[in-house]
Design a protein around this ligand. Sequence first.
Ligand code: URA
Length: 272
Amino acid sequence: MTPALDRRAAESLLAFWAEAGIDALYGEESFDRLAEGAERLKAKVRPPSPPPTPLRTVRPAAGPDIAEAVSQARAAAAAADTLEALAEAIAAFEGCPLRHEGARQAVFSRGAADAPLMIIGEAPGADEDAQGAPFVGRAGKLLDRMLAAAGLEGRVFITNTVFWRPPGNRTPTPAEQAICAPFLERAITLVKPRMLLLAGGAPAKAVLKRDEGILSLRGRWFEWKSSDGKLDLPALPTLHPAFLLRQPAAKKKAWLDLLTLTERLDRQGRPE
Ligand code: URA
């Protein structure tokens, strides 16, 4: 018989277990599995003892239905025939969990609707969330200076892989990116740029469906295809401007990427 524990002793024992990482109990009495196994070996015919009743059932929290959200995003994106209609469809879309995690508004795009270059970043940050346009904070200012220096000012359409600010500026999850992907793809097919610049590891991985890190992907040309196979574009991953603010020595690499891209863009734009 277990001696009755007084309340304070029980609380102190529970606190000790919690400190040790034990947060669920599965039976009232300790269970010697080794002895149980030896017993079974001795008397094979004995029926197995019933499983102990858990004192607390640990269930994973129910997650959002990602497949359902993706299919709703697909339908909403497909119904948008113009960039304005697409912006409205995104603003009205309830299916991305980020929308409900403190974002003030949807942040879709800025730039020329007929731009030859589309730049895809990771996600809106605090400044973008406040102003409703992508890349308007410190990283965006650096991006604008780089674009101007490369002669690309006014020739870009800028957007992100997700359209709501992730809490604490964390990287968007693959599920959040997958839910927003139909809108991003629709934006690409409506603008029909001649090429894509993927700013940072998150957009490079999400758009190209690759696993390598940005330092291995950057500066290499890849092919992006629309899901109906009708549009096929060269895509160049590069370093994110926020990373360049933290690591100024890396600016040289990003600048090289931008020059490579501009050279190809101008070569393509030239009449034969
Ligand atoms: N970083 C991004 O990736 N996108 C923005 O819009 C702003 C900062």
